[in-house]
Structures are given as C-alpha cells and as structure tokens.
Design a protein around this ligand. Structure first.
Ligand code: C5J
Length: 224
C-alpha cells in the first residue's frame, strides 16, 4: 500500500489491485492534421498531456500495474453507430466519412489508432468502445474483475467527455478512481477545470484528483 497525495483527501493505493486506464489517446484527437483539428480545435491543449502520461505509463509498467488503453470508434460497417451520434453536429465530414487520417473514428483507420508516444505494448489490452464511457458495450468490467482490479488511475482525453463518463460509470460499478490532472485534457480549458472539480466535489463524489508526480511518488514508495 502507498498513499497518493490527492484531492479531496489522500488516496490509499493498492498497486496489486490497481489499473492504469488511458482513455482515447488517438491520433484523430491529438495530432495536428487530424479530425479534432479539422473541427477547429487547438490540439496543443491535449498534447500537453503526452509527456506526463508517458512518464506515468513507464512507472506503472515498472510497478506491474494492469495497463488498459481505450479507443473510441466504430465498426467499418458502422453497424454499432447510433443514428443520433452520426447526425449530431451536422458535420460536413463526420463519423464514418473520409477524413484527414482515413475514415473518421472507424476501427483500423490510421486516425483511430493510439498515438505512437503511448503505443500499447503486446499484452496490454486495448478496449474498442463505441460510446463515450469505456464500460458501455465493452468487456472492460470483465477484464478488470478477472484481474481483481478495484482501483483505476485514469488518464486521457477529453476530461469532460470520455474521461468523466468513464469515471462515472466506474463509480457506479464500485471502482475507486483517481483522475490524473496533468494527464487528462480538453479542447476547452474551462470544461477541463470543471470536469476535474466535478469529480472531487462533495467529498469525492466520483473519485479523487491527483498530479502525475504524486501518483509516481506513491508507485515508487510502494516498490521500496
Ligand atoms: C472523447 C469525444 N474521447 N470528446 N471523445 O472524449 O468525442
């Protein structure tokens, strides 16, 4: 066991029952020239998460945590794409259409894949999710339960959408979540700020918020 200095109060980390979950660090969301930038977003706001997440990923691998990566996207035949999700935004080029890095948010396309800086190692599960939450229509819960995981250390994008949705889903399924503030990001700084505040409000209604430095310090203490 080790203590993570966190808000709203310190978190008791049990590395043997903890997983690092990295949400949707995909080329289409983070890379210049991708879908996110084509929509007019400033991808540098997401890219600032790459370096700290890489450090945390290396420490988590060294500590033997279960590492899980997720990707948001759909089957090439789009059979799992709700008509409502397809229609929303009235985009000229939306999900399933040709985009700057292949068909937008379609599995197997270059833009759908994880950025090279955080690429999964063989043996690290990648959860392909059709929704915002990583538990919806996936085998994530089964994989975590099969490994006796009870604590999730959560990184990824975007803070207020897929990270928040996943943390809320996890909370209802009985997991404790620590969201790593400098390893999550949003195209909208105010949503990022509020997304973190919503998690730790009211005594940690959905979980805890900590820095990567604090999580790494706890992992290193636990290893001593
Ligand atoms: C994620 C999105 N990953 N914002 N997706 O947050 O559509």
């Amino acid at each position: 066991m080790a203590i993570i200095e966190a808000e709203p109060y310190a978190f008791d980390l049990d590395p043997g029952r903890a997983s690092l979950v990295i949400i949707d660090m995909q080329r289409d969301f983070l890379e210049p020239g991708g879908f996110g930038e084509a929509l007019g977003n400033d991808v540098s706001l997401l890219r600032r998460t790459i370096a700290p997440t890489r450090c945390l990923l290396e420490e988590a691998r060294a500590a033997g945590l279960t590492i899980i990566h997720t990707r948001e996207g759909h089957r090439p035949d789009l059979a799992d794409l709700p008509a409502t999700k397809k229609a929303r935004g009235r985009l000229a080029a939306g999900i399933g259409d040709p985009g700057p890095m292949g068909r937008i948010l379609v599995r197997g396309e270059p833009g759908h894949d994880i950025i090279p800086e955080l690429y999964p190692l063989p043996g690290e599960p990648v959860v392909d999710k059709p929704g915002k939450g990583a538990f919806h229509a996936t085998d994530l819960d089964a994989m975590l339960k099969n490994r006796s995981v009870a604590q999730l250390i959560v990184c990824g994008v975007t803070t207020e959408v897929c990270v928040n949705t996943t943390v809320r889903e996890a909370n209802d399924r009985g997991y404790d979540c620590v969201v790593v503030a400098d390893c999550v990001g949003s195209y909208f700084p105010e949503f990022h700020e509020m997304g973190l505040r919503m998690i730790k409000a009211q005594g940690g209604i959905f979980g805890w918020v900590a820095t990567s430095e604090a999580v790494i310090a706890a992992l290193q203490t636990a290893a001593l």
